[in-house]
Write a protein that binds this ligand. Sequence first.
Ligand code: SF4
Ligand code: SF4
Ligand code: SF4
Ligand code: FES
Length: 956
Amino acid sequence: MDDIKYDSSKDYGTPKKVSEKQVTLNIDGVDVTVPDGTSIMHAAQLSGVTVPKLCATDSLEPFGSCRLCLVEIEGRRGYPASCTTPVAEGIAVKTQTNKLADVRRGVMELYISDHPLDCLTCSANGDCELQDMAGAVGLRDVRYGYEGENHLQAEKDESNPYFTFDPSKCIVCSRCVRACEETQGTFALTIEGRGFDSKVSAGNESFMDSECVSCGACVQACPTATLMDKTVIDAGTPEHSVITTCAYCGVGCSFNAEMKGDEVVRMTPNKDGGANHGHSCVKGRFAWGYATHQDRITTPMIRKSIHDEWQKVSWDEAFDYAASEIKRIQAKYGKDSVGGITSSRCTNEEVYVTQKLVRAVFGSNNVDTCARVCHSPTGYGLKQTLGESAGTQDFDSVMKSDVIFIIGANPTDGHPVFASMMKRRLREGAKLIIADPRAIDLVENSPHVRADYHLNLRPGTNVALISAMSHVIVTEGLVKEDYVKARCEWDSFETWRDFVALAENSPESLADELGVAPEKVREAAKLFATGGNGAIYYGLGVTEHSQGSTMVMGIANLAMATGNLGREGVGVNPLRGQNNVQGSCDMGSMPHEFPGYRHVADDATRALFEKAWGRPLSADPGLRIPNMLDLAAEGSFKAVYCVGEDIAQSDPDTQHVTHALESMECVIVQDLFLNETAMYAHVFFPGASFLEKSGTFTNAERRISPVRRVMSPKNGYEDWEITAKLSKALGYDMDYAHASEIMDEIAALTPEFKGVSFDKLDELGSIQWPCNEEAPEGTPTMHVDEFVRGKGKFFITKYVSTTEKVNKKFPLILTTGRILSQYNVGAQTRRTANSEWHKEDVIEIHPHDAEERAIQEGDWVGIGSRAGETVLRATITERVQPGVVYTTFHHPESGANVITTDNSDWATNCPEFKVTAVQVSRVNQLSDWQQKYETFSKEQIELTENAIASPDAVVE
Ligand code: SF4
Ligand code: SF4
Ligand code: SF4
Ligand code: FES
């Protein structure tokens, strides 16, 4: 019954059920009609009757252990638990009788007799279901004393930096255990022992030493103060809450920022969140403390040279200085000597105003974004083949997939909340194929999940793999020809079919290149083509290659050939790394495209923007980040406005990037912290954290979600205001009173966003674009009846091996990735307790390669490539295959990008981060680069300290 109105502030006790069949029953004299399969407890809540409960909650399947929710059913014997008893047609249920009241009081009495009576001083006072239930059942006295055996002295576990476990308050309802299993899929908790001795256990270890990944699902589910946020213990229970969106990864989880005055006390995942449905990971749930970290700079600063001390100035002085520098440089070197870089960490509105500033005020199209170094091939490849630069599904679609194919992504670390949903589907029986050089957790290290095929190909051979799989599908007659005929350009299909059918593309011919047994490739391909709904999820392990765009097109080819596009359960799904990768690309942050992926050379589009912005606009695509850096190093690119992006850490070949930055005359950085790029800056605009501003983020499923200001900006301005004020100082008014007005402008100028507004977002919670007259509430699944480009187009994807070759000097391949607890360059997560899980980047090396080099666990090793050298600690593991080493890039001093080369994707310049030929050897001191880095960062911190120490600047 879709017209049932749910209130997310209520707990319906058991999950909502969906069924064609409706059942009518009578509860306490009132008739209620609900979908078949609904529990009596849930039906009662819908009819306005609250049944007492403890072990049930609507995010978990019912368990029936506490016996508090008993009811009477006319004509049935006994007192069934309403949480585990489904509705039946025509039954009459009583939830409130004297007998039931007695039984419930008795149950509560037993619980309370083994529970500390410290409600008034308990940190959950007022927010405790046990306390509420004692009141609800009218418990006034406890007849049993505390003299007998009890759990009141049980020891607290405070090992987790974010929450405590106080077993003296535990009622063994097992909600935490079930949350860890059902919601998170980690299975870290069990109930140990029986009867009175039963207790929650994290495998007989502290939470910190256990399998726990600190997602917070158990804390969320716990009805007592047993599992409790430390921030609530410190600050007390929150007073009000505001819905906003996580500022970390591309899953885009919705959260309630729970506040006390102007301070956040807790971030709880929003049950109504379209992407996360009430779940979270350790980053969004707990790692928000960086927003008030002491390193944060909240006042503007300027300096003439990067070796000068920073001068703290007023905002007006900072804007005037930056504007005068931009004008001076453009007058001297030409308008193309200046550009802007936006970030996927910014809101849509911030990205939009930044690209507008560059195009309308700087007068060029020299604007680029960090998607350049991650998902630019996705934009290119999907636009070419399907007609739209975006993923095709919503996350929920995975629950209808039969075969899940993950290529070059590590969802449990990079996209943890989506990974939990995916694991649930895998536990239900969906098949799993993983193509990754490294054994990610989903291969066989996640409870009750095991990949059917792990295609552990050599780094850099993705396109060979997709050709080999396509070869099998074509030559074994597994193409869905009806689908292809109806939906795709037949000519392009035939050309592609004939190409992949060539013997050179067979798994056998490519076996040496791939390093994967041909039978395995054949079986995986057959499974994908014949196993039902096949869904492809991919990440940077696809895009960050010299053939990144080719591989994206190869993936789209495979999906079209097998008929796996245009409905739920299937699709091509890029898992975006940062929170707003999709949005920053949508907003026109690439040098060749206006918002909505319209080329700058298109006269009609340009005329539209010229009219709206009142300035002439250039028809020539501007500079990409690598072009800006190359020209800066050569001396013709002189100034950059860099908003929220840390190119000195995140871009390849660090020494080239820093040399380019050093060569510029004016580097303007807008950020929360003095990041690596800011060390080379002349103007520092302090930015606002996501908690201090309004706007929107667009996640990997095209879901636009609201970001809402929950506290005033510590720096004085939201980031879009800073850009608008810089624009004004340059003589161009951006007259917005609020971020919502920027979204109104975006909607007016961009067809896919036509129906989007802040008011509609408040009403619907989130919207997946396209949102327009045809789809006023958004579009969960794309390309349903036809592709955005009309007919889908197949492209030839010839495998060309990378020029980055191993040889005697550099015999190993280095590949890179992420870890759950840290986020990207680490600027935020390194300033939280998340660092307790990952204090430093290490290099993973196979035992065979380690032995050859006499490397022991924990040794310092030098990693040298054609670009540079760095030193990390080694960890020896069979997760990586012989010949491959792996590291993360979350700590600047690790210098992971000192060794990555400037090889890049042929179509988009996305760097080939995933393939660097290296040598690894034992060393006993830091690399030259690291020593220089240490000296330079020390100098820069000293040059900042005086400015930070002086009184705050005033916001005019
Ligand atoms: S925090 Fe998450 S992973 Fe850890 S025990 Fe709780 S539910 Fe399991
Ligand atoms: S810790 Fe909380 S959720 Fe877990 S069994 Fe105890 S009371 Fe229930
Ligand atoms: S980091 Fe990603 S998965 Fe974790 S809470 Fe934030 S959006 Fe969700
Ligand atoms: S709530 Fe039904 S048995 Fe616990």
